[in-house]
Ligand binder design. Sequence first.
Ligand code: KG4
Ligand code: ZN
Length: 357
Amino acid sequence: MAHLTLGIETSCDETAAAVLKDGRQIRSSVIASQEALHAPFGGIVPELASRRHVEAIWPVVREALTRAGATLADLDGIAATAGPGLIGSLLVGLSFGKALAFAIDLPLVGVNHLEGHLYAALLEHEDLIFPFTGLIASGGHTHLYLAEAQGQYRLLGRTRDDAAGEAFDKVAKFLGLGYPGGPLIEDRARKGDPDTIRFPRPLPQGGAYDFSFSGLKTAVVNYVKGSGFGVRGSGASPLDPQPYTVKPVLDPALIADICAGFQEAVVDALVRVTLAAAKASASSRIVVAGGVACNGRLRSKLTQRAADERIEVYYPTPSLCTDNAAMIAAAGYPRLLRGERAPLSLNADADLALGLM
Ligand code: KG4
Ligand code: ZN
């Protein structure tokens, strides 16, 4: 008999629900983005995010059921993100999941958002098996794991400061391009030359597979300031008298070169560290997930370099790279199948860790 799992995800600024058949087949995946809500601030405002989740959660779950052609009575289990993320946002989805599980007597499991990101790749690639090296690069995380088996993850490295996506967002904000920064920078970078401006490749000493991106962001800021061009209305704060929408005075061709040079530096660091970690752990498979995995330059460079080492790289399709609930249902499904059932005392944890350090 088919198993239908409801996934719920509200860890950041997307209210998402999905219905999955047998843990693999996506019957529906609904994502209500809050991008427009936060755009004027150039980043996520946590209080606004949680209030919007409260408004959106039931309509989003209802829509996911409708699109799946299912009712609450057809569900076999619920998987909801329990962390890490913004605590006020996490609490909305998890509390909703717990209330629903209690009301209709369904098993519930709490899912680690990072494990969810890795499962996005497992959802789509039937040939992908454990073990693999997993890079999660998003707005909140840049974590490198050795995924040994289902539920067994070893943290190999992480960013010491900003996440890769956060660096994209901050540089885009500084350049007055808007939010979220990743796609906007990638778009400008296509028109630029990655070799005209060479920004530093941030590789911290010590932790072998760690990243650092805040120095790179500062290098971009210093370059722009040193170039004698001003950036008006960079929207450094919501109180900035000149909102971020004011166009920068930088020449578009220079912006394109800055974006290309910056993107190349981020991609270079991600590719080098990920490949080094994969080789050291003798992985023949790499999974890249999280919003930054949408980046075309990262995909082509990593795939090419990995092929030289006979390593295959798996990416979810872009709509499953960014936050969604299908990946949460996919990660929760094997545990629901094993009979796991979270107590109603399960709490959200903003810093929930994945795996062994
Ligand atoms: O996984 P995600 O949707 O949310 C978090 O869990 O953070 O990732 C969002 C992040 C943002 O920082 C966004 O700028 C970045 O992913 N991103 C990209 C691209 N698309 C989204 N970064 C680089 N290139 C892209 N094409
Ligand atoms: Zn995420």
